[in-house]
Design a protein around this ligand. Structure first.
Ligand code: AMP
Ligand code: ZN
Length: 278
C-alpha cells in the first residue's frame, strides 16, 4: 500500500472508530491555511462528508494574507464553500493588537491569548452557520504535547481526545480531530505528496511558546513518533477510566458580557477584552 492510501486509511479509521461524524452532519473545518487543517478539509470532502471551510483572518501581516490566499485558491479548486471572518471586523483590531494590550497589563503567553479568542470565535461562527461538528487540524504531535503540558500544569485529563464530549451543551459545537493519530511528519508528507500550496512555517508569534519547547524535547527522543503514540494511547485509557467517575461541575451558564457559554461570570474571551480595555 502506498503512503498516501495508508494515511487516508488511518484517518478514515479514526473517524469510524471514534464516531467523529456522520454523512448527514454539516462539518465546518477550522482552517488556518496550514497543512494540517487543509489535509482535514480535503479528506473529509474526499470521504463524502458535508464539509465547508471556516477561517479567521487573524490580521498577522503577510503570514495571514498568504494563508488566506492559499486557502481561497484551494477551496476554489476543490469546489469547497469557504467562510472567512476577520478579527478586525469582529473585534475592531488584529489579534496582535489584542495580545500586546493584554500583555501590557498581564503576563500571558501569545498562544494562550490567541487560542482563547480563536476558540470563542470559531465556536460562535460554526454554531451560527448551523454546524454539527467543528473539525480542527490537531495532529498526534499536538495532542501528545498537550497531554504532557496538562500534566505539567496539573490540569484535568478528561477534556481532550479525538472528539470532545465532556460538556454537552447545544451552544458548544462538538470539536473533532480526524488527524489525532497522524504525526506532524506524516501530515506534512501527505500534504507534499498531494502538492497542496500551503505555508509550512509556524505562526511567527509562537516563538516563545512552551509548546515549542516540549515539541523539540520530544523530537530528541529515540523513536519519537512511537513515544507520542504511547502518550496519547495511554492518555485515552486513563481518560476512559476517569470519565466513569466524572461529574460535570456547575452547569454551563451564560457569559455576563457576550452571552456565549461560560462557567459563570465572564467567559475567558471577555476577561481578556476587559483587560485590554482597562
Ligand atoms: P493552533 O492553535 O494554531 O495550533 O491551531 C490548531 C487548529 O486550530 C488548526 O489545526 C486549525 O484547525 C485551527 N485554526 C488555527 N488557526 C486558525 C484560523 N486562523 N482560522 C480558523 N482555524 C484556525
Ligand atoms: Zn463573553
Amino acid at each position: 500500500m502506498t503512503f498516501v492510501s495508508s494515511f487516508e486509511k488511518k484517518v478514515k479509521k479514526t473517524i469510524k472508530d471514534y464516531q467523529l461524524a456522520g454523512k448527514k452532519d454539516k462539518i465546518l473545518v477550522a482552517c488556518s491555511g496550514g497543512k494540517d487543517s487543509t489535509v482535514v478539509l480535503y479528506l473529509l470532502k474526499k470521504f463524502g462528508y458535508d464539509a465547508e471551510a471556516l477561517m479567521i483572518d487573524l490580521g498577522i501581516g503577510e503570514w495571514s494574507e498568504k494563508n488566506l490566499k492559499n486557502l481561497r485558491a484551494f477551496c476554489r479548486k476543490h469546489g469547497i464553500k469557504m467562510h472567512v471572518f476577520s478579527m478586525r471586523k469582529e473585534f475592531g483590531c488584529s489579534v496582535c493588537y489584542i495580545r500586546s494590550s493584554v500583555q501590557f497589563r498581564k503576563k500571558l503567553k501569545n498562544c494562550m491569548i490567541c487560542g482563547v479568542i480563536k476558540r470563542w470565535l470559531l465556536n460562535k461562527k460554526a454554531r451560527e452557520l448551523g454546524a454539527a461538528k467543528l473539525a480542527t487540524g490537531h495532529n498526534l504531535d499536538d495532542e501528545a504535547e498537550t497531554v504532557l503540558m496538562n500534566m505539567f500544569r496539573g490540569d484535568p485529563v478528561v477534556g481532550m481526545g479525538p472528539k470532545n464530549g465532556v460538556i454537552i451543551d447545544s451552544r458548544f459545537v462538538q470539536r473533532i480531530k480526524p488527524l489525532y493519530f497522524c504525526s506532524i511528519s506524516e501530515s506534512r508528507m501527505y500534504s507534499e505528496a498531494m502538492k497542496f500550496t500551503v505555508l509550512y512555517d509556524p505562526c511567527p508569534c509562537s516563538i516563545t511558546a512552551t509548546r515549542r519547547w516540549v515539541r523539540n524535547w520530544l523530537a530528541e527522543l529515540e523513536n519519537a513518533d512511537a513515544v507520542k503514540m504511547h502518550i496519547v494511547r495511554n492518555f485515552l485509557v486513563v481518560q476512559k477510566a476517569a470519565m466513569k467517575n466524572f461529574k460535570s461541575e456547575a452547569a454551563i451558564q451564560q457569559c455576563s458580557s457576550c452571552g456565549e457559554p461560560s462557567r459563570g461570570g465572564q467567559c475567558r474571551r471577555c476577561e481578556l477584552i476587559s483587560i485590554m480595555r482597562e
